[in-house]
Design a protein around this ligand. Structure first.
Ligand code: PPS
Length: 300
């Protein structure tokens, strides 16, 4: 079977959002739902799970380099990261994440998902696959998601910043409420030992330390030199310059509006939130997060 090329896709109209299994979704992530639900995970699969804009691409690239960075130059220079690490539930015309994953020649397979924990295909749990979750503080996550929805023509119109923030606080974004996502996965970690929960803020603070943490979780004996090389290669500026990781090849993203590799910072929210917005956000946050023990840093 021939997998279509992302660059050939013609998708120009913004989708509607609707309720699906308790969260807001667009058809791009539900059209292939039977295949997603019945996806056959393997014991050596590594699932990279995140709320959108929490550092998916960053951790995908780190894992790709850890496993396949040595030797396969062709992979590193001509295969975009979204092909190396398929987006499980995505269905852009004939380009389906499940089929891309099924056709991956590599072992382990690295697979990306934005699904909340309760919607993850059950075979991942049955196979005891390893999962790396990345969480990012709500304020920076919201800002990043806002700019993404502005530039990505297959996302719903974000409206203006105030409008978007109201929607975010109500949990009406694609893939549902941030609050439930980060806390649902956090609860899962208490009972499922093959889950590593990383924080975007920790990655920014000390990427090398987090790469080491990943190696230890995955039982990889990557040398110090190799880890240092990888840590350098995955810094924001390097990934922004790298056409295999900066998403320039995706035709429905308008980089004139905002680049995919936008800021890569902790605390950029301060340039977006007004004092009033911040106060309201903190109030809502307290309510929504009162039952969970997961904690985020909004500055480092
Ligand atoms: S997506 O579309 O959901 O897969 O996006 P995702 O990759 O999860 O998140 C994109 C944001 O992550 C930032 N990013 C990085 N920050 C720091 N260092 C590195 N290396 C890095 N790589 C990606 C990216 O810039 C987006 O955040 P913002 O705040 O918009 O810049």
């Amino acid at each position: 079977m021939e997998i279509p090329d992302m660059a050939s896709l013609k998708l120009h109209s913004r989708p509607e959002m609707f309720d699906f299994e308790g969260i807001s979704m667009t058809h791009f992530f539900t059209d292939n739902w039977e295949e997603v639900k019945n996806f056959q995970a393997r014991p050596d699969d590594i699932l990279i799970a995140t709320y959108p804009k929490a550092g998916t691409t960053w951790v995908s690239y780190i894992l790709d380099l850890l496993y396949f960075g040595k030797g396969d130059l062709e992979r590193q220079t001509s295969q975009p990261i979204y092909e190396r690490v398929p987006f499980l539930e995505s269905c852009f015309q004939d380009l389906k994440g499940t089929e891309m994953a099924d056709h991956l020649p590599t072992s382990p397979r690295l697979i990306k998902t934005h699904l909340p924990v309760h919607l993850v295909p059950k075979s991942f749990w049955e196979q005891n696959s390893r999962i790396v979750y990345v969480g990012r503080n709500a304020k920076d996550n919201a800002v990043s998601y806002f700019h993404f929805d502005r530039m990505n023509k297959v996302q719903p119109e974000p409206g203006d910043w105030n409008n978007f923030l109201e929607k975010f606080m109500k949990g009406k974004n694609v893939f549902g409420p941030w609050y439930d996502h980060v806390s649902g996965w956090w609860e899962k970690k208490q009972t499922y030992s093959n889950l590593l929960y990383l924080f975007y803020e920790d990655l920014v603070e000390d990427t090398g330390r987090e790469v080491e943490r990943l190696c230890s979780f995955l039982s990889l004996s990557t040398s110090v030199e190799e880890r240092e090389k990888i840590t350098k290669g995955v810094q924001f500026d390097a990934m922004k310059q790298n056409n295999m990781t900066n998403h320039v090849t995706i035709p429905f993203m308008d980089f004139k509006i905002s680049p995919f590799m936008r800021k890569g910072k902790v605390g950029d929210w301060k340039r977006h939130f007004t004092v009033a917005q911040n106060e309201e956000f903190d109030e809502v946050y307290k309510q929504k997060m009162k039952k969970t023990t997961v904690e985020f840093r909004t500055e480092i």
